[in-house]
Design a protein around this ligand. Structure first.
Ligand code: IPD
Ligand code: CA
Length: 261
């Protein structure tokens, strides 16, 4: 695949995220009309998740008919040329009127993440990255934080019911005992984009799915940060632990989280 084919997909990811963002924003602002269900305890689903995914997948299929799509709501399988979509990441926030959610779209070729776009349609922040070409927020180049003292760091610790509360509280206790502050804002994709932009010094979660983090992994790396090998083993199909951060806190973050990186 040529450089211009990748460039076209990068631009398409941004344009499709923008269009999907309009749909998500309209639905967020009309909460009385929102249909809310649960896939399981604390696992929210709204009609917007499905509608936004349909829009994104439809646009990708008509622009790049030979590419595969894997989405949080419609599933799909890995292929050599594959798009990975989270239509609304931060659905619990979205459903409860908290403006911290996003559309996340990643493009991967031969197991290399080539392009990604993450849009918060309420703040209007479009985070984007292309492998080898940097990461940007609304056109401004992003850079991970320069923090080198773990006692000055803020780490986002993602949580879901897919891992036990004991494992989560142990992780939290170790990170805080090592001196860092923590937050859990409810969107893994935005949490990773915030690492890329130096708003979080790191992001850790004991299990997360590929659609939540693929675009964000590229952003962190392109902004000068590091991540674990999320795709190792069955990571694409079954999810994995994620760890990402700024270079200056690599050793203490690995030690505190016990996630290899
Ligand atoms: C969840 C969010 C959350 C993360 C979970 C994800 P959803 O996705 O990204 O921050 O901690 O692992 O499942 O349900 O909001 O699309
Ligand atoms: Ca998600």
């Amino acid at each position: 695949m040529s450089d211009s084919d990748i460039a076209a997909r990068h631009l398409a990811a941004i344009a499709i995220a923008a269009e999907a963002g309009d749909l998500a924003r309209r639905q967020f602002l009309d909460r009385d009309a929102m249909t809310i269900t649960f896939k399981g305890p604390q696992d929210w689903l709204t009609q917007a998740d499905r509608q936004v995914e349909e829009l994104v997948v439809g646009r990708i299929r008509s622009a790049f008919p030979g590419d595969a799509c894997v989405g949080e709501e419609s599933g799909g399988t890995e292929a050599s040329s594959v798009w990975v979509i989270d239509p609304i990441d931060g659905t619990s926030n979205f459903a409860r009127g908290v403006p911290h959610f996003c559309i996340s779209i990643a493009y991967m070729r031969d197991r290399r993440i080539e392009a990604g776009a993450i849009l918060n349609p309420i703040t209007g922040e479009m985070f984007s990255a292309r492998r080898g070409h940097g990461a940007f927020c609304n056109g401004r180049r992003m850079k991970v934080s320069g923090t080198s003292d773990f006692r000055l760091a803020t780490i986002e610790l993602g949580w879901s019911t897919r891992r036990s509360i004991e494992d989560y509280t142990r992780l939290l206790a170790r990170v805080v005992s090592a001196g860092a502050s923590f937050r859990r804002a409810g969107s893994g994709a935005l949490g990773m984009a915030y690492v890329a932009d130096g708003r979080n010094d790191g992001y850790a979660e004991l299990h997360i799915n590929v659609w939540d983090v693929l675009a964000g992994i590229l952003m962190v790396r392109e902004a000068g940060g590091w991540t674990n090998d999320f795709l190792a083993g069955d990571g694409f199909a079954r999810g994995n632990a994620i760890l990402a951060g700024a270079p200056g806190i690599h050793a203490p973050l690995v030690e505190a989280t016990c996630i290899a990186a």
